[in-house]
Design a protein around this ligand. Sequence first.
Ligand SMILES: Cc1cc2nc3c(=O)[nH]c(=O)nc-3n(C[C@H](O)[C@H](O)[C@H](O)COP(=O)(O)O)c2cc1C
Length: 186
Amino acid sequence: MELKQALYGRRSVRAYSPEPVDRAVIAELIDAAIQAPSGMNRQPWAFGVVCDRQALADLDAKAKAHLLSILTDDSPMAGYRSRLEQDDFHLFYGAPALVVIYTKPNGVTANVDTCLAAQNLMLAAYERGLGSCWIGFSMFYLGTPAAAAELGIPEGYAPAASIILGRPATDVPPVPRETPEILFDR
Ligand SMILES: Cc1cc2nc3c(=O)[nH]c(=O)nc-3n(C[C@H](O)[C@H](O)[C@H](O)COP(=O)(O)O)c2cc1C
C-alpha cells in the first residue's frame, strides 16, 4: 500500500465483524509500532493485548461504568453521558481485539513516543485490511490502580493509548479536515 493511501484512507472504525484478529498479525502490528522514533531512543513502550471476548466485554463494562462515575457536567465529555448510559453502547464497539500501549518509567518523552507508536500501529492495521480506533474513553479506567492490579501492570507504567482492532463491518466515509492554521511562513 502506498503511504499516501494509508495516511488518507485510515479511519476510526466503530463497527466490527466478530472475526478474531490473528495473534500473529497483532505481533506484526506491535513490531510496526516499535519502529516509531523515541526521545533519546529510550523506546519507553510496553503493550497489553486482549483478544478474549469475555475479558474484552468485562473491561468494556468496567471502563464504561468508571467513566460514568467520574463524568462531571463541566467535563468536555459531558455531552456523551446519555450515549454512555445506553446499555447497547460499548466503548470498544464489539471489536475483537484491544491493544493498550503503556509508557515505561525509562522514558524521557514517553507520552509522545507512545503516541507515535500508536499511529504506526493503526496505519499498519489499515494496510492489513483491519480497522482501528483509539478509545480515549477507556483510558480513565485503565489508569486506575484497580485496572493496573487486574492486568498485572508493573509500578511506574502508565496507559498511553488504547486501540481496538478488527475487520470493519462497514465502510467508513472520509472525515473532512479543517484548513490547517499556518502560524508562520517566512
Ligand atoms: C486521543 C484520541 C482519543 C480518542 N478517543 C475516542 C473514543 O473514546 N471513542 C471513539 O469512538 N473515538 C475516539 N477517537 C477517534 C476520533 O474521534 C477520530 O480520530 C476523529 O473523529 C477523526 O476521525 P478519523 O480517525 O476517522 O480520521 C479518539 C482519537 C484520539 C486521537
